[in-house]
Design a protein around this ligand. Structure first.
Ligand code: URA
Length: 209
C-alpha cells in the first residue's frame, strides 16, 4: 500500500508537488472514482489509475545496479562536477531513483540506485549489517598482522571499526592488493582503515553489496 501521490510519482507522471495539485483538482481517478486526497493509500499492483481520463501505467519500485566509474560524484546534482545521475537514463531519473549510500569520487564499482525508500534504509542502516566488498590497491607491503588488525577493528578517529573480513590478494614492497568486507559505511571508511595501519589506498573498487 502506498500513498496516491507516491504511486504516481514512481510512475513518472509528475513531481510530488505537481501531483498534489493535480489530485486536489480532481484530475485523478482510482478504479473509476475521483480521489482528491493525495495521502490516501492504495495497492499499486491492484488498482487502475487515470490522470485526465488517460490510464497510467504503474510500475513498482526500481533498483539499478550501476558500475560507477572513478571521477563521478555520488550526488543528486552538482553545479560543476559530473555526478552519477548523469549516467542514469532520463526514464529512470523521472522515477525518482537516488543513490543508496555513496562512493567517493575516486572510487569505482557497484552503486545501487533506487526509488524505494524502505529498501535504501535497510541497505544503509548500520543495524542491518549489510556487508560491502571492496578491492583495494594500497601502497607498500601489507602484512598478515596488519590484515588481522583491520579484521578486529581499527581507530579511524572517534570510531573503532566493526569486525571486517580481509583477504590479501597480492603483496610487494611497492603495492599490495586486498579484498575487504565491511558492514559499516562511514565516510571514506576503507581508505581511513588502511591509513590506520599505515597504507595509503591507491585505487578502490566496490565489487559487491
Ligand atoms: N570506503 C571508502 O574509503 N571509499 C568509498 O568510496 C567507499 C568506502
Amino acid at each position: 500500500m502506498q500513498r496516491l501521490d507516491r504511486i504516481l510519482s514512481e510512475a513518472g507522471v509528475a513531481s510530488r508537488k505537481e501531483l498534489r495539485a493535480m489530485i486536489r483538482a480532481g484530475r485523478v481517478t482510482v478504479d473509476g472514482a475521483a480521489v482528491t486526497d493525495e495521502s490516501r493509500k492504495f495497492d499499486e499492483t491492484a488498482v487502475r489509475v487515470t490522470v485526465d481520463g488517460s490510464p497510467v501505467r504503474l510500475r513498482g519500485p526500481v533498483l539499478i545496479l550501476l558500475h560507477k566509474p572513478a571521477g563521478y560524484l555520488t550526488a543528486a546534482d552538482d553545479p560543476k562536477a559530473k555526478t552519477v545521475m548523469d549516467l542514469v537514463p532520463e526514464a529512470y531519473r523521472k522515477l525518482g531513483v537516488m543513490p543508496v549510500g555513496r562512493l567517493d569520487k575516486d572510487t569505482e564499482g557497484l552503486l545501487l540506485l533506487t526509488n524505494d525508500g524502505d529498501l535504501a534504509f535497510k541497505l544503509t542502516h548500520p543495524n542491518h549489517n549489510v556487508f560491502k566488498t571492496y578491492i583495494a590497491e594500497v601502497a607498500g607491503f601489507l602484512t598478515m598482522s596488519e590484515a588481522k588488525k583491520l579484521e578486529r577493528g581499527v581507530d579511524i578517529g572517534k570510531h573503532i571499526t566493526a569486525p571486517a573480513q580481509v583477504e590479501i590478494i597480492s603483496q610487494s614492497d611497492s603495492t599490495s592488493v586486498a579484498q575487504i568486507k565491511i558492514s559499516e559505511g562511514k565516510n571514506r571508511q576503507v581508505r581511513r582503515m588502511f591509513e590506520a595501519v599505515g597504507h595509503r589506498v591507491v585505487a578502490l573498487e566496490r565489487t559487491a553489496i
